[in-house]
Write a protein that binds this ligand. Structure first.
Ligand code: SF4
Ligand code: SF4
Ligand code: FES
Length: 214
């Protein structure tokens, strides 16, 4: 092993790589065929490459995304399989006529387990995007749709669900409140801004670019 290289262990396999490489890049360099545990190939948006990591000399095991975590000497990595859902949440968005007086009732009926949050913060610690997951759960459990903002950048990696001792699925609760929020007319602020920019001619759409064609 060259001195500029580091040695990591991924699912029990030893890989020598450079410290500038992410765990996923190191696996590709080593000739691994990636058939699961990967999706967006390093953009950090699909949530597929969730792993547990332990750094050399540390006892704490942390959750992370393999595509956003750089290799370092002695890093131990274990990919997490997709787990079956604790429970399935079945709901329709069009059977309540947007009656905002029933938001709390709807959330309680669909995600009753959210009331059992023990405020342990496990979901916050697990989130590789550093979202305010616990705050989002608390707001949603109180019927406050501003909870949706807490999950704006959620990539549905399920790490918060795995971490929750009360079998709450914070990310699915977050998705639900985002849907409720939109169903009663709260449009995403960044989308509204973008549409205004297009209307004012500040964002020119080049119709000749292939990706803009239908
Ligand atoms: S809120 Fe949960 S599912 Fe979303 S990014 Fe954070 S840990 Fe992943
Ligand atoms: S991990 Fe579960 S119980 Fe703990 S704060 Fe998050 S939602 Fe609540
Ligand atoms: S490969 Fe998509 S988040 Fe890592």
């Amino acid at each position: 092993m060259q001195t500029s290289q580091v040695r990591i262990t991924v699912n029990g396999c030893v890989i020598d790589t450079e410290p500038t490489r992410s765990i996923l890049e190191a696996m590709i360099d080593a000739g691994e065929t990636l058939i699961d545990g990967v999706g967006c190939m390093g953009q950090g948006v699909c949530g597929s490459c969730r792993v547990l990591v332990r750094r050399q000399g540390e006892s704490e095991v942390l959750s992370a995304l393999a595509c956003e975590t750089r290799a370092c000497e002695g890093l131990q990595v274990a990919f997490l399989d997709h787990l079956p859902m604790h429970r399935h949440h079945v709901y329709a968005m069009d059977d309540w006529n947007g009656d905002s007086w029933r938001i709390l009732e709807r959330i309680n009926a669909t995600f009753p387990e959210a009331q059992h949050c023990r405020h342990c913060g496990g979901c916050d610690s697990a989130c590789p995007k550093h979202l305010e997951v616990h705050k989002g759960v608390m707001l949603a459990a109180a019927g406050d749709l501003s909870a949706a903002d807490c999950f704006d950048e959620c990539i549905m990696c399920d790490l918060c669900t795995i971490a929750c001792p009360e079998l709450i699925s914070p990310n699915h609760l977050g998705l639900y409140v985002r849907r409720l929020s939109t169903a009663i007319g709260f449009r995403p602020a960044d989308l509204v801004l973008r549409l205004h920019q297009i209307e004012r001619g500040e964002m020119v759409i080049d119709q000749d670019v292939a990706s803009t064609q239908p």
